[in-house]
Design a protein around this ligand. Structure first.
Ligand code: ATP
Ligand code: MG
Length: 731
């Protein structure tokens, strides 16, 4: 490919960045201005024009999906196999490094990654042995403390509790937690990064080797790097590598996880001669969407400040929909998507974004109801499901008997008579003698400490794992997986459970065998054994791309996981005070700016059409709440917005309440003027009660005598009433 075509499809500023002389560079620009495109083309440029080997390039992206996309895009541009180039996430690359140099990193070859659930389980165990109350030291908070310290590069020995008892206890938890992990050969996500950084610091010969190798380092989404990631890059780059980072301070959304926007400034002072290139043209969104986003983010203080413009036409206004409740909101969204599909649109071009994962359930129900395929991107993924983790627990223990997290998970799943008390004795023995749980079992059996039945049960469990290992050692991975699922008793357990849920779990277990069958050893992991590689793959990838990748499906995801992506049609749902901005952000105050950046990220995902919706009442986490529209909606100038409220067909009184917004044309698309019911009322209708006065009908349930109606009374809030007794009048 010749040079000119490498620069095709780029504007002047983008060309300047792609074709810059070898040096350090910061590309600072707003959403949709082509930062990722520049990064990709730069890699191609380095290879094609600067004649650099792919071997000398290290590219860091934010998700595995983005990494795969980048690899593909570069391959498209240069038309060759990029096998030897390191492209991945910080975690993926650091993990690869630890795998290769496990001895230098002081890890057993079979070390495994634990996720946040495993982490919490381990911490619970530690709290017990320390006699600390879970209420005073919630395990998740302790995990947050530990991860936070690791993200800052701090080991227990670096921390001074300053004589504060709570801090001292947290520090103790961290210390013992780390000792347990080390004994069991386990690393958590933060540990992967910390160890990879320590590898640089403690093993100069390794550092020298990689510094010699990686002459070009490129990082996307740099605004979301944390201290340890920054340090890792900084040390690796040394004084010789050329580092290109791209980022946008307005899209920094991981502050709560330790990301530091300041790293953008730090880069400029730490990397000599770094030049800043700004991109100002947006190629993604219509003018309405872009201008609205710009105006919203202008409410934040302390911005580096960027101007973004587009040649695109105004496009449609942003539609804001006020729903009665979360079900009405879901029906509205489904209605718009069906319209889109009827006009020939693809489902995968529609994305629904929400603030927290729990919001997806109602949407899922609505999609199931209409038979529309959907995919949850980054939600509860295949490898995170209970039954899969159970099966993997067995495989992990077969792989490494000292894996305490796996041991804890499966020791009594399915139940085999190893009760809580016995497990407690095992834990105490482990703690007392600095053993792993497996070793503690052996010791207890040898010393005949356990009572007869418990001892038998423990012996059977140990025997099971040992025979499973010997019997499956020479099997193909998928046969082994199948065998483990059978002989562990997991399949029988779920078969006995019956019901749809259990059936789904069995299907998932079967799918695991399929996954093992289609598992391909990544080249770089070839020396580590198939089982081990498969376990790492499961832990790392956690099924980012879901099983039915090839079906055209609506994409559901949190706002956080939408970063870097784009869709023709975007719905932002649940845009209510207390949800978005979140309650926590409202309470803590200083997090409001980050929520606004998240809103900016969400809005700028949209290419052609953006819907924003909120519900007046919402049932979530088993509670019903009333909310007002998010302040962010108010921050979007009205000229870019079209308010959609209730259908004119619902009742005349509704159009009285919102005279300017009632839109008759909306009736058909929604088709949701309340589910069919026998009460004679419809959702959205204004009614009058002899005691509670006026309100709006928001829901129904039951039929006949038992029919109940939910009314949101203007003065008394929401109430469920028996229709037969309530004597409601339409008004
Ligand atoms: P984000 O901040 O959201 O990550 P970004 O700055 O990385 O956005 P890209 O994803 O690289 O932006 O580009 C946004 C869209 O604009 C993509 O569809 C990309 O292909 C397109 N694009 C970028 N530059 C140009 C250009 N010069 N001409 C035409 N299209 C472009
Ligand atoms: Mg990008």
């Amino acid at each position: 490919m010749d040079v000119s075509s490498l620069l095709d499809g780029l504007n002047d500023k983008q060309r300047e960045a792609v074709g810059a002389p070898l040096s350090n560079m910061l590309v600072l620009a707003g959403a949709g201005s082509g930062k990722t495109r520049v990064l990709t083309h730069r890699i191609a440029w380095l290879m094609q024009v600067e004649q650099q080997s792919p071997y000398s390039i290290l590219a860091v992206t934010f998700t595995n999906k983005a990494a795969a996309e980048m690899r593909e895009r570069v391959e498209n541009v240069v038309g060759s196999n990029m096998g030897r180039m390191w492209i991945g996430t910080f975690h993926g690359l650091a993990h690869r490094l630890l795998r290769t140099h496990y001895q230098d990193a002081n890890l057993p070859q079979t070390f495994q990654i634990i996720d946040s659930d495993d982490q919490v389980r381990l911490i619970k165990r530690i709290l017990k042995t320390l006699n600390l109350d879970e209420k005073q030291y919630p395990p998740r908070q302790a995990a947050h403390y530990i991860n936070g310290k690791k993200d800052q590069g701090l080991r227990p020995k670096h921390i001074d509790a300053g004589g504060f008892p709570i801090e001292q206890n947290l520090l103790n938890i961290y210390k013992i937690y780390q000792e347990s992990c080390d004994r069991a050969g386990l690393v958590d996500f933060a540990e992967i990064l910390l160890r990879a950084h320590e590898l640089w610091l403690n093993k100069p010969h390794l550092l020298a080797h990689y510094q010699e190798r990686f002459k070009h380092i490129l990082v996307d989404e740099f605004q979301d790097t944390n201290a340890i990631q920054y340090a890792w890059i900084r040390v690796l780059a040394g004084n010789s590598a050329n580092v290109m980072i791209v980022g946008d301070d307005d899209q920094s959304i991981y502050g709560w996880r330790g990301a530091q926007i300041e790293n953008l400034h730090k880069f400029l002072s730490d990397f000599p001669g770094a030049e800043t290139i700004r991109l100002e043209q947006n190629y993604r969104s219509t003018a309405n969407i872009l201008n609205a986003s710009n105006d919203l983010i202008a409410n934040n203080p302390d911005r580096l400040g960027k101007k973004l413009w587009t040649e695109d036409k105004d496009g449609e206004p942003i539609s804001v929909y006020c729903a009665f409740n979360e079900m009405d909101e879901a029906r509205f969204i489904v209605g718009r998507i069906i319209d889109w599909q009827d006009k020939g649109g693809r489902l995968s071009d529609c994305a629904i974004l929400y603030r927290s994962n729990a919001q997806s359930r109602v949407l899922e129900e609505a999609f199931l109801h209409k038979g529309l395929p959907y995919r949850i991107y980054g939600g509860l993924r295949f490898f995170e499901r209970q039954e899969i983790k159970d099966a993997m627990g067995y495989m992990r223990l077969i792989n490494n008997r000292d894996d305490d997290a796996a041991f804890e998970r499966i020791v009594n799943t399915p139940t085999r008579g190893i009760g809580d008390r016995t497990v407690e004795i095992i834990r105490n023995t482990a703690r007392q003698h600095q053993l792993t749980l497996w070793q503690a079992c052996l010791r207890l059996l040898e010393e005949k400490v356990l009572a007869g039945r418990a001892a038998n049960a423990v012996r059977n469990f140990i025997d099971l794992i040992i025979t499973l290992k010997t019997d499956t050692e020479d099997m193909l991975l998928y046969r082994m997986t199948d065998s483990v699922i059978d002989r562990s008793g997991l399949r029988a357990m779920y078969e006995a459970e019956k019901g749809e849920k259990a059936q789904a779990r069995i299907e998932n277990l079967n799918e695991l065998v399929t996954a093992a069958r289609s598992f391909e050893m990544p080249e770089e992991l070839e020396d580590m054994g198939e089982l081990n590689a498969f376990l790492s793959h499961a832990a790392l990838e956690a099924g980012e791309g879901q099983a039915d990748e090839f079906t055209d499906a609506v994409q559901l995801m949190t706002l956080h996981s939408a970063k870097g992506l784009e869709f023709p049609m975007v719905f932002m749902s649940g845009v209510e005070e207390g949800i978005f901005p979140s309650k926590m952000a409202l309470e803590e105050g200083d997090r409001l700016d980050e929520e606004r950046r998240l809103c900016y990220v969400g809005m700028t995902r949209a290419m052609q059409k953006l819907y924003i919706s909120y519900a007046e009442s919402r049932r979530m986490y088993g509670r019903e709440d009333y909310a007002s529209p998010s302040r962010f909606i108010g921050e979007i100038p009205e000229k870019y917005v079209e308010q959609i409220r209730l259908r004119a067909q619902v009742s005349p009184s509704i159009s009285q309440r919102f005279p300017s917004q009632a839109s008759p044309s909306f009736g058909s698309g929604l088709g949701t003027s309340g589910p069919a019911n026998s009460t004679g009322f419809t959702i959205g209708q204004k009614v009058k009660h002899f005691k509670f006065n006026e309100g709006i009908v928001t829901n129904f349930e039951g039929t006949g005598e038992k029919a109940r109606i939910q009314v949101n009374f203007f003065d008394f809030g929401s109430k469920w009433l028996l229709v037969s007794l309530a004597k409601l009048e339409a008004c």
